[in-house]
Design a binder for this molecule. Structure first.
Ligand code: BGC
Length: 399
């Protein structure tokens, strides 16, 4: 009897060990095999804009979620020319038959910024096909049936004294300088994001009444349109982007593969009925899931007021998962006032627990140094300082 008992105990211990070992094997996913989603800043060459496919092919669970940058540039350009088409002749402030504009470029190495510069220049005829942001030509535009020449008086990237890009304070300073330098030759102020546009409006000598366009549809910019201070902006549909970022992670964590990763809960309802209400497109060559853009002006700004969330996303009872999510710059106005609030709203609905790591907009190391205890996370969502830094992050995930 004693022998039989000992035998059974040994058997139980062996079985237990085998079982525990098996459970461990299936539970542990190496960091290199975990889902990795780049968001808002697409891994790409800062000069040519070519997508960094080596990074995008890091593993079969690597994706980019953003918005249609080229389409957005065109929406921005059309918003401006539509406005000009019906504008009064007094828009030409010095009556010289030329529409002069100044341009806040943002970050010359960022695909969104490149696409917007191209979009507005194409619409105004000042685009000359060069990838060099300082190169442009004379254009033309029709205002109430009459053709005017268009000149870009000056375009500036807007880098802060600390080296951060898309810097609103730099835009305030630049606008102050432009207003003095060009005076009534400025008929139009164009900005590749709302933060810089709002920065321009802060300049004490801003030429009151000169139309000004931004991009992002941040809450303060929407209010400024309502108050008649900002002329227009473009919504890059932050709710669709934030939800898509989370839903792609959710799908990958739930074991979906192939098309399911970028359709379930996104363009097709998931089993709880979640589906993003706004249109989202998938670009297979670059593994990119993109929200579409829409123009916002005095006619429709009320539809874009803050706090309207997508009722199409409401719940899951899938297992809770932990995500490390980096933000390139805690001071970025679009990310802090629009994107992060959306992420924080949708993440609990999808049962995703976000550890948000915020950078300073200049040193990749501020985020990279937080890449410790990576085994505690089920997936990673990365917003890089430099669009060429993708491999610095994948390197961290190797081990
Ligand atoms: C936004 C900018 C923002 C940038 C950050 C862009 O898509 O339009 O406002 O500064 O993303 O990466």
């Amino acid at each position: 009897m004693k022998r039989i008992c000992s035998f059974l105990i040994v058997l139980a211990v062996v079985a237990g060990t085998v079982f525990a070992g098996g459970a461990q094997d299936t539970d542990i996913t190496l960091n290199k095999d975990k889902p990795l989603v780049f968001w808002n800043r697409q891994p790409s060459d800062p000069v040519s804009g070519d997508i960094d496919m080596e990074v995008m092919n890091w593993n079969d669970k690597t994706y980019y979620v953003g918005f249609d940058a080229a389409g957005g540039g065109a929406v921005q350009g059309k918003l401006i020319t539509d406005y000009l088409a019906t504008a009064d002749a007094s828009i030409d402030r010095n009556g010289d038959g030329t529409i002069g504009y100044v341009l806040c470029i943002g970050d010359v190495g960022h695909n969104d910024s490149k696409a917007r510069t191209k979009g507005v220049r194409e619409a105004l005829g000042t685009w000359d096909g060069s990838t060099d942001p300082t190169v442009h030509k004379e254009g033309s535009v029709v205002i109430s049936g009459k053709t005017y020449k268009v000149v870009e008086l000056e375009g500036k990237p807007m880098t802060g004294t600390d080296g951060s890009t898309w810097n609103a304070n730099a835009a305030t300073d630049a606008m102050g300088g432009w207003a003095t330098k060009f005076n009534t030759a400025i008929d139009l102020v164009l900005s590749n994001n709302d933060g810089m546009a709002m920065g321009c409006l802060q300049a004490s000598n801003y030429p009151v009444g000169v139309p000004i366009f931004g991009y992002d549809a941040n809450p303060d910019a929407i209010e400024a349109i309502g108050a008649g201070k900002l002329t227009g902006t473009v919504s890059q549909n932050v709710d669709a982007q934030a939800t898509a970022t989370l839903q792609v992670l959710r799908n990958l964590l739930d074991g979906y593969t192939g098309k399911d990763v970028y359709t379930i809960g996104i363009t097709e309802p998931d089993k709880y009925g979640n589906k993003i209400s706004a249109p989202v497109e998938y670009v297979a060559e670059t593994k990119a899931l993109l929200a579409l853009n829409s123009g916002v002006n005095a006619d429709n700004w009320m539809d874009y007021k803050a706090g309207t969330r997508d009722a199409g996303i409401s719940q899951t009872d899938a297992a809770a998962k932990k995500i490390m999510l980096t933000v390139y710059n805690s001071a970025d106005n679009f990310l802090s006032s629009s994107y992060l609030p959306a992420l924080k709203y949708y993440a609990p609905l999808l049962n995703l627990d976000l550890l948000i790591v915020q950078g300073d907009g200049q040193n990749e190391a501020v985020c990279l140094d937080r890449f410790t205890n990576l085994n505690n996370f089920d997936a990673y969502a990365i917003n890089m300082v430099k669009t060429s830094s993708g491999s610095d992050y994948t390197y961290k995930l190797k081990y």
